[in-house]
Design a protein around this ligand. Structure first.
Ligand SMILES: [Zn+2]
Length: 74
């Protein structure tokens, strides 16, 4: 299986529906994107995932950082 967002093949089954195997949730080890197998093709199919939201793991180091939390005021 391939991650729809970053095209990594490091995808794991995260969980399954408690009854009837009605759905499964997968998670990408590379970008932490997670999705349910019953979602529409524009979410689960890497070819149809919105190109504006695709990620390239080679660029992760250049992505914006979360601002550091300032020290508490006294
Ligand atoms: Zn991914």
């Amino acid at each position: 299986m391939i991650c729809p967002r970053c095209n990594s093949n490091k995808v794991e089954l995260l969980t399954k529906a408690p009854k009837d195997n009605a759905w499964e949730v997968y998670i990408c080890d590379t970008c932490t994107f997670s999705w349910r197998n019953t979602e529409s093709e524009n979410i689960i199919d890497p070819e149809k995932y919105d190109a504006r939201f695709k990620l390239d793991s080679r660029e992760f180091d250049q992505l914006a950082q979360i601002p550091p939390i300032p020290k508490l005021k006294k």
